[in-house]
Design a protein. Structure first.
Length: 430
């Protein structure tokens, strides 16, 4: 929260610590539309240059424009000043290092925190400079290279007053489509609805508009546009797991044997689809930096997380809502099929939403649940994941709250209801 938890003093220290920790000479910096962004940028840039690195100022951009700029121009690192889908009073720094790998607590965040807390830094022999760089058209050109066959679609786009419209508006206007924008003016106060796809209520305006306009597809961007949610022509939300299934089947046609990384909360139908298409499905823990790490260091075709982050090998392993949306439109045009037709084949099983449960002792809950379901096939890569063939469930701790998160999938609606009631009773009674 700005300015109590993140402020200009912290921004300066983060700039210096980031450069010192990774011995950087060049750092790309972008920001979203939040009111605090400009003053945070100034102090962040001062810290970076005081530590001897150059700042490549790309201005107000979508987050994937920062990551792909680092990769395309081979800069040493990058920082995006954005709190993504969170309310306007929040802000944050997303840090990436070459080739374009996002930092996580496993890969340098704690070291940067320690340097900031210490507050003293190595003296730099020379001071860096600030250089402005306009990356908009090169970003649009790179995305459109994967959507050259898109023609004749009617498309509604809800930007949620985020920065998705920075590349989205000029790009969609260049395409041979009927384009209907919503809430396209960047506004850090989010006057129409939060740019947060986690709460599906925020997609209602888009769903209604798609049906009203008889559009082929609706696109919803989160605040910094590293994610997009799609709505089909019937107004139905396409979840990230089904979207990844469609992407993987298309890409695997020319890449048999490649790995596809997927969130442990994804429907079993997606694992089946990846195998059938000749790919190697790899179940992953939650957190998009982990997908980028394995894609960069271990190879693979793509990765997808349930919250909507989808990363492609051919897009520098960046999670990019604009790229994903255009790729989906390209598949629709290539196959000459409605989005619902392409997606409905993955609606094989019955799923619960991710259910958040407040508990007093998550560790005790985990012990109870593990003991009750110890005869199932277990893969504990992130909390508990247990499979019984005809149904499975995932139980994870929240990183920030005294919550556990439960998701269940079953072969039938009756079995889903039975197992959901069974698990909820066990968790609440513990």
């Amino acid at each position: 929260m700005y300015p109590t938890e993140i402020n200009e003093e912290i921004a300066y220290k983060v700039g210096r610590a980031f450069v010192q920790q990774f011995k950087l000479k060049s750092v790309v910096v972008g920001k979203d539309m939040r009111a605090s962004g400009e003053s945070l940028f100034k102090e962040l840039a001062r810290g970076i240059t005081d530590q001897g690195a150059d700042v490549i100022d790309i201005g107000m951009v979508a987050t994937p424009m920062m990551g792909t700029t680092v990769a395309r121009h081979k800069y040493d690192g990058g920082i995006m000043i954005s709190a993504s889908h969170n309310p306007g009073k929040y802000n944050a720094f997303k840090l990436v290092i070459a080739p374009c790998e996002q930092l996580s607590p496993d890969s340098g965040m704690h070291e940067i925190e320690a340097l900031c807390n210490k507050g003293t830094f190595d003296d730099a022999s020379t001071k860096g400079s600030i250089k402005k760089l306009d990356v908009l058209q090169e970003y649009i050109d790179a995305v459109l290279a994967h959507g050259q066959n898109v023609t004749g679609l009617k498309v509604v786009v809800d930007y949620g007053n985020g920065v998705g419209s920075i590349p989205g508006e000029p790009m969609f206007k260049q395409m041979d489509i009927e384009y209907i924008p919503m809430y396209e003016q960047p506004d850090g106060e989010f006057p129409n609805h939060p740019a947060n796809p986690h709460d599906l209520e925020n997609l209602k305006d888009l769903q209604e508009r798609v049906v009203k306009e008889q559009a082929d597809v609706g696109i919803f961007f989160d605040g910094d546009a590293d994610r997009s949610y799609l709505v089909d022509e019937k107004g139905k939300i396409v979840t990230a797991d089904f979207l990844l299934g469609m992407f993987a089947e298309e890409e695997l046609q020319n890449a048999k044997g490649e790995k596809v990384y997927f969130d442990l909360r994804f429907s079993k139908a997606i694992e089946d689809a990846i195998k059938e298409a000749g790919g190697v499905p790899v179940r992953m823990r939650v957190g998009n930096p982990f997908y980028k790490h394995v894609l960069i260091h271990e190879g693979g075709l793509m990765g997808g997380e349930f919250s909507g982050h989808v990363m492609f090998k051919e897009n520098h392993f960046q999670d990019d809502g604009v790229f994903a949306a255009v790729f989906a439109m390209s598949i629709m045009c290539k196959k000459k099929k409605a989005l619902s037709t392409l997606i409905d084949k993955y609606r094989v099983y019955f799923q619960s939403p991710e259910i958040n449960l407040t508990v007093t002792d998550p560790d005790e809950i985990f012990e109870t649940v593990r003991d009750a379901y110890k005869d199932g096939k277990s893969q504990d890569i992130d909390g508990i994941w247990i499979d019984y063939g005809t149904w499975w469930f995932s139980l994870r701790k929240s990183n920030t709250e005294p919550l556990v998160r439960l998701r269940i999938e079953a072969d039938t609606a009756e079995l889903l209801e039975e197992k959901q009631n069974e698990l909820l009773a066990l968790i609440k009674n513990d």
